[in-house]
Design a protein around this ligand. Structure first.
Ligand SMILES: *[C@@H]1O[C@H](CO)[C@@H](O)[C@H](O)[C@H]1NC(C)=O
Ligand SMILES: *[C@@H]1O[C@H](CO)[C@@H](O)[C@H](O)[C@H]1NC(C)=O
Ligand SMILES: *[C@@H]1O[C@H](CO)[C@@H](O)[C@H](O)[C@H]1NC(C)=O
Length: 216
């Protein structure tokens, strides 16, 4: 399913630094009423040396607690909070069935992300059932070269696939600016080489935009 250029009606208020996912509640989110040790710096990016990739490391030291259940084939949305949108950039929504070892993309938002505070996505029908980490990642257009990543514990039901079939059908999450040899370039739109099947295009970006940066 392809969603074409969807323009926002929502303006994000100017209050605090950077951005974070506020729904589904990420691990350690201050928005989660049941979080025991909230990270009040959730809007900070990952460290550039990769030492807290993925998920700021919270998947390794936070007890598993499912935040929400997604039914395969249904439509949902994520919410983002914060104000320093750094001119937008590109985002991905991904799932990990192996406790954060690999993440595979279910939706890419190329250009203009996160200039809106809500993004819709479909949970594909061929995902696997069970516990998964749901990740929002963001590469900012302006400012320091950074990667933002928040992860939520979720449960998936009604999927037609297995973790193996999901992992081979859906592309690897794009990773950069975390000491892995791949870097984005300020003010150049990040176009994922493998965005997956659900793609939302921002202004000036289309399905024919060449991948950038090219990282093997
Ligand atoms: C994920 O791995 C961490 C250790 O790295 C472990 O504490 C946790 O229980 C694991 N979670 C699941 C769902 O397997
Ligand atoms: C997001 O989904 C929730 C239901 O989960 C719904 O109440 C809300 O209106 C949706 N927001 C938008 C902007 O579509
Ligand atoms: C998101 O989905 C809701 C219905 O759930 C719809 O009303 C809204 O128009 C959608 N937003 C976009 C930007 O497609």
């Amino acid at each position: 399913m392809i969603f074409n250029a969807i323009i926002s009606l929502t303006i994000i208020g100017i209050t605090s630094a950077h951005m974070e996912m506020s729904w589904p509640y990420p691990l350690r989110s201050k928005y989660d009423p049941q979080a025991t040790s909230a990270d009040y710096s959730m809007t900070d990016p990952l460290k550039t040396d990769g030492s807290n990739f993925p998920c700021k490391g919270y998947h390794t030291n936070t007890p598993w607690r499912s935040i929400t259940t997604y039914t395969a084939g249904q439509k949902y949305n994520i919410s983002l909070a914060g104000s320093a949108t750094h001119g937008g950039g590109s985002c991905q929504l991904s799932l990990s069935y192996d406790n954060g070892t690999s993440f595979h993309v279910i939706e890419s938002i190329e250009g203009g992300c996160p200039l809106e505070s809500t993004y819709n996505f479909s949970m594909p029908s061929d995902v696997a059932d069970g516990d998964a980490l749901f990740a929002w990642t963001w590469f900012n257009l302006e400012g320091n070269r950074e990667m933002y990543m928040n992860c939520a514990d979720v449960t998936i039901t009604g999927g037609k696939g297995s973790p193996d079939s999901f992992e081979s059908a859906y592309p690897d999450m794009f990773v950069a600016n975390t000491g892995n040899g791949c870097k984005t370039v300020e003010k150049q739109e990040i176009i994922f080489a493998q965005p997956g099947v659900q793609v939302i295009y921002g202004e000036g970006v289309s399905s024919s935009s060449p991948p950038f940066p090219s990282c093997s």
